[in-house]
Design a protein around this ligand. Structure first.
Ligand SMILES: [Zn+2]
Ligand SMILES: [Zn+2]
Length: 151
């Protein structure tokens, strides 16, 4: 069906446009929230699938965010990233790129093709003193003896 194909392209173009606008290396969930303004019926699965396709075709960068989840970058210029150890937020690193020279490196049984460096740190929010505005982490479902009918 040509209609399905057109919709596919429209979705992908919308996702790509949002990602290029975003400067904060969003997750698939964040992209989904943005794209829904233009395409209210788009599902998270569709967004995720299209992001993976765009990454495979080299139109966007996929950033493995560790346990905090995968993030995406519409900026294809080579640059380094720093990841917040607490919240997983990622930002671009300014300054001289420090990619190691691959010449002269060898690993038995491997052809080395590229390197990927990810810096780690704390974002401004996470580095702020805890007494400023941060609320203590509390689990709200710790009610003592909620509604026990034994009385
Ligand atoms: Zn943080
Ligand atoms: Zn970036």
């Amino acid at each position: 069906m040509p209609a399905a194909r057109t919709r596919m392209t429209r979705q992908r173009a919308e996702i790509l446009a949002e990602l290029r606008k975003a400067k904060n290396h969003p997750t698939a969930e964040e992209i989904h929230a943005r794209v829904r303004r233009a395409l209210p019926k788009i599902s998270l699965g569709t967004v995720y699938r299209n992001l993976e396709l765009l990454a495979q075709s080299g139109e966007i960068q996929r950033l493995e965010g560790g346990s905090r989840g995968r993030r995406y970058d519409g900026n294809l210029t080579p640059h380094l990233h720093v990841r917040c150890l607490r919240c997983g937020r990622m930002a671009d690193v300014c300054g001289a790129a420090l990619e190691p020279a691959l010449d002269g490196l060898a690993a038995e049984g491997f052809a080395i093709l590229r390197s990927r460096i990810e810096l780690e740190g704390l974002c401004a929010e996470c580095a702020a003193p805890p007494d400023s505005s941060a609320q203590p982490l509390q689990t709200p479902d710790l009610e003592p003896d909620s509604g026990g009918p034994h009385e």
